[in-house]
Design a protein around this ligand. Structure first.
Ligand code: ADP
Ligand code: MG
Length: 397
């Protein structure tokens, strides 16, 4: 019997649509000789649907129609297996429960990629592709990511980080701290979003409050860091786990504006008539035009960062080079990168089906090593337990 891979995507995230593109690409790439693929589309309300129409990207143009053709499902644990069941499936329904062997989350952004969906799989005891809860959570929070890297002696730009309430109650001192520690130009970012949402470059103090107010409409915590003017952006993907990982070739994405925007990333490529292919459609140079030395420096750093946060699966780490000083800084990590960074692996000699295969193998490998850990301790402490008459008062069931 083939291994059944359930691909989870969508979810309550500002990157919902981008996740659909990444997931449909991935589902088409998974080797069907070896695997069965079950799409599990999660709506913005958190409802789960499955159906064969979900494999076709054009179907998503009319979501209400698409969902009418699909079936609502839920997962349950049965006889130590995880089973997907159809809602309202009667006794004689042709929709039989489906065993899920491994989950393959292709989600982007908060409420899913940040450890939330990983926590759901952990709770079910279902093997899953990619980073675990903690590395996903660290990867999603740009400020905590910086702290972890700093702690490991890895290079990041300094930042000032604060919460909405702190800013509302004491704008003056936060503004003073930003001006003193960071200076202008600077970049204001919500700590936990992606796709450049809520990010503004600020050239002078008069523009600061508006930029912070915008960022605060997306997240409760904000970070402010120096804006690198002579910037080159270089991305590198890493595949593996903390025992063994490899870095891909580097890419250099191109931007139309001062910062790489949502439009640059997903809508920018006019060559394909505005049709987005997710991160794979961004204008970019692969491999990036870098000296062998610089490329090695970045790829080595990428592996160190991967290990520092305890990542697993495939990630993309985005770097900033300040070309004035030739210094490399880690900017952010995408623990489930757009298009799973397959285009970087193809350029590194690994085809997309093989990438998916390795990711699924890594999921089972982690599950096997988890199974060797002790999660329950059999004791007899309950055998003679009693709360006595006092304790039992009011405790009748
Ligand atoms: N410190 C910085 N200096 C200059 N530009 C920056 C800086 N940080 C981010 N940017 C620009 O903003 C874009 C989005 O920021 P990033 O931190 O990558 O957030 P996101 O998670 O939204 O991709 C970057 O791709 C880059 O173009
Ligand atoms: Mg980015």
């Amino acid at each position: 019997m083939k291994t059944n891979v359930a691909v989870f995507y969508g979810c309550r995230s500002v990157e919902h649509e981008v996740s659909i593109i990444s997931a449909v690409q991935a589902m088409r790439a998974i080797d069907r000789e070896k695997y069965d693929v079950t799409p599990v589309y999660v709506t913005k309300d958190g409802e789960m649907y499955t159906g064969s129409d979900l494999f076709t990207i054009e179907e998503y143009r009319n979501m209400p129609e698409l969902l009418k053709k699909c079936k609502k499902v839920y997962l349950v644990k049965e006889n130590r297996n995880v089973v997907m069941k159809y809602e309202n499936a009667g006794l004689f329904s042709s929709k039989k429960p489906v065993n899920i062997d491994v989950a393959f989350p292709v989600v982007h952004g908060t409420n899913c990629e940040d450890g939330t969906i990983e926590g759901y799989f952990e709770y079910l005891g279902l093997p899953y592709v990619g980073c675990d809860i903690i590395s996903s959570a660290v990867g999603m929070d740009k400020a905590i990511f910086k702290d972890v890297l700093k702690g490991a002696g890895l290079p990041v730009l300094d930042c000032v980080c604060f919460r909405a309430r702190e800013y509302m109650t004491d704008k003056e001192s936060i503004t003073a701290e930003i001006t003193e520690k960071i200076g202008f130009p600077l970049i204001v970012k919500p700590v936990n979003l992606g796709s450049s949402v809520g990010i503004t470059k600020v050239n002078a103090i008069e523009e600061l409050d508006d930029a912070i107010t915008l960022a605060l409409s997306f997240a409760d915590r904000i970070l402010v860091e120096h804006a690198v003017s002579a910037i080159r952006e270089i991305n590198c993907s890493v595949l593996g786990d903390t025992d063994s990982c490899t870095a891909s070739v580097c890419e250099e994405p191109f931007m139309n504006d001062e910062i790489l925007s949502y439009e640059d990333k997903y809508m920018g490529n006019s060559k394909n008539g505005g049709q987005s292919k997710g991160m794979a459609s961004l204008g970019r140079k692969i491999p990036a035009d870098l000296s062998e030395e610089k490329s090695k420096e970045i790829r080595d750093l990428a592996c160190k960062i991967f290990k520092a946060i305890g990542a697993s699966g495939v990630v993309r780490i985005d770097f900033i080079i300040d070309t004035e000083t030739d210094t490399v800084y880690a900017n952010e990590i995408n623990t489930i990168p757009g298009s799973l960074a397959f285009y970087l692996w193809e350029a590194s000699g690994i085809k997309y089906p093989e990438l998916c295969d390795r990711l699924i193998e890594l999921a089972f490998r982690r599950q096997r090593s988890r199974e060797n850990l002790t999660f329950t301790i059999d004791t007899n402490i309950l055998s003679g337990i009693s709360f006595g008459t006092k304790g039992s008062k009011g405790a009748k069931m």
